[in-house]
Design a protein around this ligand. Structure first.
Ligand code: NAD
Length: 261
């Protein structure tokens, strides 16, 4: 637990499920105020709010589509109205779909880039604008992926969006370091969340993913939430512009394990 996070206010986009949900619950245990953005899963949001309140934090749910500028502005306004501040912005909402690149429609390309990259940009811009206006040394956490560095055939739109997150994070980190605003990315490996539910329900497909993970298992959303809490806290005070990979070693070229190569 990080004492300095107590009473801080965070927005987490796409927080009704998976990694976003786990981060909301973790921030609640840190006794933070959490704005839970969701596009679906209102019932789930209500149970997350209850759990956060039981663990000593406060939370509200705010519906919104991160691709819509006015919806993202509303998230920041809600943080200000309800909790009087915005200290931590987590751009987590993301989507993916598998399509061989020669068949990828412009519509699908745009949809993934819109949510994963443009949505995160809007979250960064609105949060930074607020932090500058209120002289807050805020923290931005963009949820990227191992696929900001590992190429991923059939997911070119997804990989391009996460590669974009990497450069956006680094650029904003440099631009706003003089104001004390830290901007980092979090790069999960393969995590057990709804985005992977279909794949991991097939034992053979699951085993083929596990074979790519040196630590040998699919990560839990709580393990990503723990990394997010560290990036949000002052324990990471000298860290900006990085991607913190929480991936069981997936980015470390597992094909070379055992002396191959
Ligand atoms: P998930 O599907 O449970 O979570 C994604 C959330 O984003 C959902 O709640 C969804 O409703 C929300 N969302 C989608 N479009 C939205 C929009 N336009 N506006 C607001 N919310 C929207 O999956 P997850 O694994 O928890 O994914 C969270 C993030 O982690 C994503 O950015 C994903 O790319 C990233 N990630 C996941 C993994 C993994 O293995 N699970 C690995 C690397 C990166």
């Amino acid at each position: 637990m990080y004492k300095d996070l107590e009473g801080n206010t965070a927005i987490i986009t796409g927080a009704s499920s998976g990694i976003g949900r786990a981060m909301a619950l973790r921030f609640g245990r840190e006794k933070m105020n959490v704005v839970i953005n969701y596009r679906s899963g209102e019932q789930e949001v209500n149970s997350i709010i209850q759990e956060i309140e039981q663990s000593g934090g406060q939370a509200i749910g705010v519906y919104g589509d991160v691709t819509r500028e006015e919806d993202v502005k509303k998230l920041v306004a809600a943080a200000h109205e309800h909790f009087g501040s915005l200290d931590v912005m987590v751009n987590n909402a993301g989507i993916e779909n598998e399509v061989p690149s020669e068949d990828l429609t412009l519509e699908d390309w745009r949809k993934v880039l819109d949510v994963n990259l443009t949505g995160a940009f809007l979250g960064c811009r609105e949060a930074i604008d607020y932090m500058l206006e209120h002289r807050i040394k805020g923290r931005i956490i963009n949820v990227s992926s191992v696929h900001e560095m590992i190429p991923w055939p059939h997911f070119v739109h997804y990989a391009a969006s996460k590669g974009g997150i990497k450069m956006m994070t680094e650029t904003l980190a440099l631009e706003f370091a003089p104001k004390g605003i830290r901007v980092n990315s979090l790069g999960p490996g393969a995590i057990d969340t709804p985005i992977n539910a279909a794949k991991f329900s097939d034992p053979a497909a699951k085993a083929s993913v596990e074979a790519l993970i040196p630590l040998g298992y699919i990560g839990k959303p709580e393990e990503i939430a723990a990394a997010a809490a560290w990036l949000a806290s002052s324990e990471s005070s000298y860290v900006t512009g990085i991607t913190l990979f929480a991936d069981g070693g997936m980015t470390k070229y597992p094909a070379f394990q055992g002396g191959h190569g």
